[in-house]
Write a protein that binds this ligand. Sequence first.
Ligand SMILES: Cc1ncc(C[n+]2csc(CCOP(=O)(O)OP(=O)(O)O)c2C)c(N)n1
Ligand SMILES: [Mg+2]
Length: 333
Amino acid sequence: MMPDNALARITADPDHARLLLRQMLRVRRFEEACVELYSATTIRGFLHVYIGEEAVAAGVLDAIGPDDAVVATYREHGHALLRGVPATAIMAEMCGRAEGCCRGRGGSMHLFDKKTRFFGGNAIVAGGLPLAVGLALSDKMQHRDRVTVCFFGEGAIAEGEFHESMNLAALWDLPVLFCCENNLYAMGTALERSESQTDLALKASGYAVAAWAVDGMNVLAVEDAARRAVEAIRGGAGPHFLEMRTYRFRAHSMYDPERYREKAEVQHWMERDPIQLLRGWLEGAGALSPEAWAAIESDVDDEVRAAVAFGQEGTLEPVEELTRFVYSDRPRA
Ligand SMILES: Cc1ncc(C[n+]2csc(CCOP(=O)(O)OP(=O)(O)O)c2C)c(N)n1
Ligand SMILES: [Mg+2]
């Protein structure tokens, strides 16, 4: 069933709703290609895909501007892509090529791009939160009208860095949007097995951070919540926390045999696939013809195909170069 506000939003601006659909599909197809390249051992190391959670990045990143900053986790290919890092540069990075956004030295978990103010790609659980607080503190001290969005999984809530970051952000009234991607599992550990309090917004409220939960499978609801929060932050209302209720359809990483959850549970969530939900609502509202959907798919496939070719054809850095950037290249004064 289409929520009433979804119909109203689609009717008011069908182009925008179709754009959100396209953005989610770009992430889905890009990551499906990554899985294939991983199976072919073109992508090595760890790979954590975001499939199922696309509505969160698509909705939130639509609500901020180019001067704002983004901090994410190791499940960040989609965030980088939707932030505007070219698909080619991300794919080359995934394949460890010199043409990648970090010269192939970061790989899947450490995408970084100065131009789009994308501050990682952080492999340490909760490691991005203090970075976001620092970025926001710097903006506040320099009177810049910027917001920092920090994405992290619900597993981060068990870390001390979460609590320290919430406290300092609230104490210093910092312009941060904490965006918790609650997919119910931290690797194989279910939230209710590791936390006595599973209402995550309540935890942020305990630090006097404005917080609420959002249906993370409904991109329109995500975007709406993010816009409200960002507007309030820009207006000086201090940090906000959104608990995005979502689910990952695939395993934690490519190495995970998934023994900790039932197939029926995965199936239940897959019936709320954010892409299929929005697609169905658009069709129901008469705002997406079969031709329009086919055109979106075809554009996205072209983009991904070009990225895969670019990544595969990229150059591996010569072995002699591998210790570069460990220490500064600058000669000592
Ligand atoms: C400080 C730290 N401890 C443990 C790990 C190993 N580890 C990697 S991912 C992960 C689970 C994190 O789950 P969550 O924050 O919910 O994010 P999700 O993977 O679900 O997106 C753990 C424990 C790590 N990377 N960093
Ligand atoms: Mg999780």
